[in-house]
Write a protein that binds this ligand. Sequence first.
Ligand code: SF4
Length: 69
Amino acid sequence: MGEEKGEMKAKVDQNECAGSEECVRICPQVFEMRGKTSHVYVDEVPKEAEGQCRLARDRCPVSAITIEE
Ligand code: SF4
């Protein structure tokens, strides 16, 4: 309670993802390719990966990544 902890969540819209692998390159701590699309494989984004995760969202060519924080 009141303590700051990593609670950022990321999601890839499977209907939008074009499989460019940009997010996996930028933030492999959170995203991985499964077949032709990227998936988030962690429940919460690790604190130290938050910056990269936001960058991945910003660089996704089809804006398929959403972040909740
Ligand atoms: S950057 Fe966007 S389009 Fe490319 S793999 Fe990641 S979610 Fe999919």
